[in-house]
Design a protein around this ligand. Structure first.
Ligand SMILES: [Zn+2]
Length: 184
């Protein structure tokens, strides 16, 4: 088998039947390009590229590599949408659900953090790429140094509006502290 990198466009499903039959340590390389990758109900990443290496390990297949993409996020302060680039490392294990030679079902592993290879020996990268993307994106995105700031005292904050005046004053103070920290 050639050691070259296989290009995949707008697909995340790899057939790993052949690799599963090979010895531990056998490898495949892919470059996966996706125009769109839905991350959740409101965010869809665009122009996602993943450099992926598949390695046969005793329990299945180890996927390592990196990914980069773009996403449109909503600024937590001014609530304007803005585009940001993101990227991160990829590392995940995929386990077969049936034995490649005998076809017998394999009991799912207890630890639960491995992804599954389906019974047609298809390894779908989509959910892993989605999870890595979400972990890589900022939890409280701010559009940039030119951000005009909060549109009001409480919109754009994750906290529910306080129902007492004392809490309200405290929240304003916290925002001021927040602002001065970010400006440093
Ligand atoms: Zn902003």
């Amino acid at each position: 088998m050639a050691t070259g990198t296989t290009q995949i466009n707008n697909d995340t499903v790899l057939n790993v039947a052949q690799l599963l039959k090979e010895h531990v340590g056998a490898k495949r390389s892919y470059e996966v390009s996706l125009d769109m990758l839905p991350l959740d109900d409101s965010i869809t990443a665009r122009d996602v590229t993943a450099q992926i290496k598949l390695t046969r390990i005793a329990d299945g297949i180890l996927v390592t590599g990196s990914l980069a993409g773009q996403a449109r996020l909503e600024c937590v302060r001014c609530l304007e949408e803005f585009d940001t680039e993101y990227g991160g490392d990829v590392e995940a294990e995929f386990r077969p659900t049936i034995d490649i030679i005998s076809g017998a079902p394999i009991e799912p592993d207890d630890d639960g953090d491995a992804f599954e290879i389906d019974d047609s020996h298809h390894l779908d990268l989509a959910e892993m790429l989605r999870q890595v993307s979400i972990l890589t994106l900022p939890i409280r995105p701010v559009c940039g140094d030119d951000c005009p700031g909060f549109v009001s005292e409480f919109r754009g904050s994750d906290e529910p509006p306080p129902d007492e005046a004392g809490d309200e004053r405290l929240a304003v103070l916290e925002q001021l502290l927040d602002d001065s920290r970010e400006e440093r």
